[in-house]
Design a protein around this ligand. Sequence first.
Ligand SMILES: C[S@@+](CC[C@H](N)C(=O)[O-])C[C@H]1O[C@@H](n2cnc3c(N)ncnc32)[C@H](O)[C@@H]1O
Length: 206
Amino acid sequence: MDGYSILIQDQHMIHEMIQSYFDKVYTSFEADIKKTLHFKGNEIYGEIFYYSAIKLIKYLGVTPEDHFLDIGSGIGKLAFYVYFASQAASVTGIEINSARHAIAIQVSEVIQTQLPRMFEHREFSLVEGNFLESNFDRTTIVYICSTIFSYDLLEKIGLTLNTMPHIRKIASFRKLPFLSNFTCVKKMLIHCSWERVGCYIYERNI
Ligand SMILES: C[S@@+](CC[C@H](N)C(=O)[O-])C[C@H]1O[C@@H](n2cnc3c(N)ncnc32)[C@H](O)[C@@H]1O
């Protein structure tokens, strides 16, 4: 086997290990997670699959200089995937739903206890709150699993992101209005827990 094939095989094994580790950790919270899937009766929770997250991270070209923000981080999966599978300087998730955020925090405590060295030189944080009332100005890459967001919320998020000075890329499952400082460069097909959906990738205008 040549060097390239060994590298690919190694990467594949590492991703298998990361994925099965997260599956195991989240399985232990299954009963609590089930209770938070439906919120106010009509909001259904969904999340991106691990391999789709890897595809997205590669496409976004996340670097050690990046500050990654997941708007609506739910129970934290995507934020953990990005933290473990990239070299981003910081990964932050903000979640408005207290029950989901509480699970994300418990999962975080388990992972930080089991793998403390993973958290030594970079930042990982999960914040409870409304993105629209927060300040994440250092952010360079934004991810929004916005499939069920109302148009009003998308408008407010679009207006806010458009004024954030350091953002270079945005990935959103719904088109975002008012992003005059950005251009949609691609629609990627992504496997999520509910179906395969398009994810819009925006880059800052030069
Ligand atoms: C589809 S889930 C996200 C799943 C998560 N990003 C993942 O892939 O693992 C979308 C989340 O956005 C949250 N949300 C909606 N509006 C929000 C806001 N204004 N600020 C923060 N979170 C919000 C919802 O409560 C929901 O948990």
